[in-house]
Design a protein. Structure first.
Length: 215
């Protein structure tokens, strides 16, 4: 199979290179990783996106090299989709060394999708340095980014993060209130309990059940 993949990866047809990316999934991780590395700088956006996304699992074969690759794609790739995929993979691999890169890009990119992926990654990283940036993201003009920030603060599990979440108890978006209930349950404490008591009577059943801890 590797001979076929070699041919497909070196093909000028983007469809062949995408086929190669699908085939490497059937290989041993170490071998698949060696192939993926060849396509993270492909001239086609779709190919790069797929390759960078696969690093979320294959990158554990060599975390040091994956860090170099993902930092490069995060900062230097011209396509927001690929930058977002790089942030996703950084989070999945828990590459805390890329924290500064994530923070800098969040503060400079105009792309909400990239910001969303960075916020989600900060939750996965579990790095306490991320709390301040996540609190900033709570004021983002895009509700999906706000929702991701609420979830990420809950993932961090830092008790004093609760205070910044309280204003969302009365948010008109029930999906934000649902995510808030989940995060408050993760964070715990008296202040969280007070807000959960309010959310437990929420008119939206999903929110009320989440606040009550009913699956």
């Amino acid at each position: 199979m590797t001979e076929s993949i070699d041919i497909l990866i070196n093909s000028e047809n983007k469809g062949d290179r995408i086929t190669a990316l699908n085939l490497v999934r059937e290989l041993q991780p170490a071998i698949a990783f060696s192939y993926i590395k060849q396509l993270v700088t492909d001239n086609n956006t779709r190919v790069r996106y797929a390759a960078v996304s696969q690093l979320a699992t294959l990158g554990s074969q060599d975390l040091a090299e994956s860090l170099i690759i993902l930092r490069d794609r995060l900062v230097n790739d011209p396509e927001p989709d690929v930058q977002a995929a790089a942030a996703d993979s950084i989070g999945a691999l828990k590459l805390t060394e890329a924290f500064d890169d994530l923070q800098n890009l969040y503060e400079t990119t105009p792309e909400w999708l990239v910001q969303f992926s960075i916020v989600a990654a900060l939750g996965e990283l579990g790095d306490s340095r991320g709390l301040k940036l996540l609190q900033t993201a709570l004021t983002n003009e895009t509700s999906l980014v706000q929702t991701a920030a609420i979830g990420a603060i809950g993932e961090l599990g830092i008790p004093h993060g609760v205070e910044s979440l309280i204003p969302f108890v009365t948010n008109p978006d029930w999906q934000i209130r649902y995510q808030l209930a989940r995060s408050l349950r993760n964070l715990g404490g008296d202040l969280a309990a007070q807000s959960l008591a309010i959310l437990a009577t929420d008119p939206v059943e999903q929110v009320a059940k989440e606040a009550q801890g009913i699956n």
